[in-house]
Design a protein around this ligand. Structure first.
Ligand code: ATP
Ligand code: MG
Length: 282
């Protein structure tokens, strides 16, 4: 069903769906993602894993409606947001519905804001949110990620981890119905990773659908209900998080084990009964 959620409104049946989607970058001989079918429901947190060059970032760009719009290439199949073909949406309509966090956070910053506060406020302001609403959303997002102390700082002079938090903060402030995050915690320490995880879980609990490509399988295990595995651009697994992330084949597909999976494997290899371990981990 088509619907058009405005700023901060949620739409009961919003979904992100990809049907038979392949994407080939300009000049490449092979597609980077192939025949991907994917549907996400409101409130769903979907994890994407796969070896390097498996197509995770490409899937993020395509799912966010940015390829081929902002990067040259050819797309086959269709991407629908809230029932509307993403290709037919204007850029500002896309931005109001879906937020994307790029793998390299420094490419995300506007480059025109003098302070982190302005940078975070930039998104909601551009979406036409009223001034008071913009300020409240900005403060709320800065607090959620515990970076209020960065508010007066120059965004261009932050560490990689700080930039990553600011980029995610800007997305949170926009309150998108859908969110696509490409390795959003790659630059973060465990404390920063936990803050981002909590903020994403809250956003999903409020109905946002969130697609997150990550190498940190512990984070995905804690956050996501469903995981897909990409290999050479194809979805080779799609299932409940526990089932997919405990598959002993996963490391051979270039995906790091979870800590729990690693412990279980080491215990088994050492001939230690895993029942007690399972009880402790459950
Ligand atoms: N801008 C581009 N132009 C041409 N080919 C590209 C471009 N970006 C990515 N590719 C190619 O598309 C394929 C998938 O790359 P992608 O970056 O989507 O993988 P990934 O799973 O995100 O990898 P990583 O784990 O290293 O981030 C690779 O073969 C890569 O070389
Ligand atoms: Mg990538």
């Amino acid at each position: 069903m088509a619907c058009s959620p405005g700023f901060h409104e949620t739409c009961a049946n919003t979904v992100l769906s990809l049907r038979g989607v392949s994407y080939r970058y300009a000049g490449a001989t092979d597609p980077a993602i192939r025949e991907v079918d994917l549907t996400m429901q409101d409130g769903e947190l979907l994890g994407v894993v796969g070896a390097s060059e498996a197509g995770k970032s490409t899937l993020c760009l395509v799912a966010a409606g940015l390829a081929p719009r902002t990067i040259r290439g050819s797309l086959s199949g269709s991407v629908h947001l809230d029932g509307d073909d993403a290709a037919t949406l204007q850029m500002h309509e896309l931005a109001a519905r879906i937020g994307i966090c790029f793998q390299r956070p420094w490419t995300q910053l506007s480059g025109v804001c003098e302070t982190v506060f302005e940078e975070v406020a930039f998104g909601p302001m551009n979406l036409g949110a009223p001034r008071d609403e913009t300020l409240a959303r900005t403060e709320e997002a800065l607090t959620a990620l515990a970076i209020t102390d960065l508010a007066p700082r120059d965004p261009a002079r932050l560490s990689g981890g700080q930039m990553q938090l600011v980029a995610i903060c800007g997305l949170l402030a926009m309150g998108p119905a859908h969110l696509v995050l490409d390795e959003p915690t790659a630059q973060l320490d465990p404390a920063g990773t936990r803050l981002v995880a909590d903020a994403l879980a809250r956003l999903a609990a409020n109905g946002a659908s969130i697609l997150i490509a990550e190498q940190k399988t512990d984070l995905l295990a804690a956050l996501c209900s469903r995981i897909i595995v990409l290999q050479a651009g194809r979805v080779i697994r799609d299932g409940p998080t526990v089932e997919v992330l405990t598959d002993p084949e996963l490391p051979r597909q270039g995906v790091p084990e979870t800590s729990a999976g690693r412990l279980r494997r080491l215990a088994t290899e050492a001939g230690i009964a895993t029942e007690l371990l399972d009880q402790a981990l459950d």
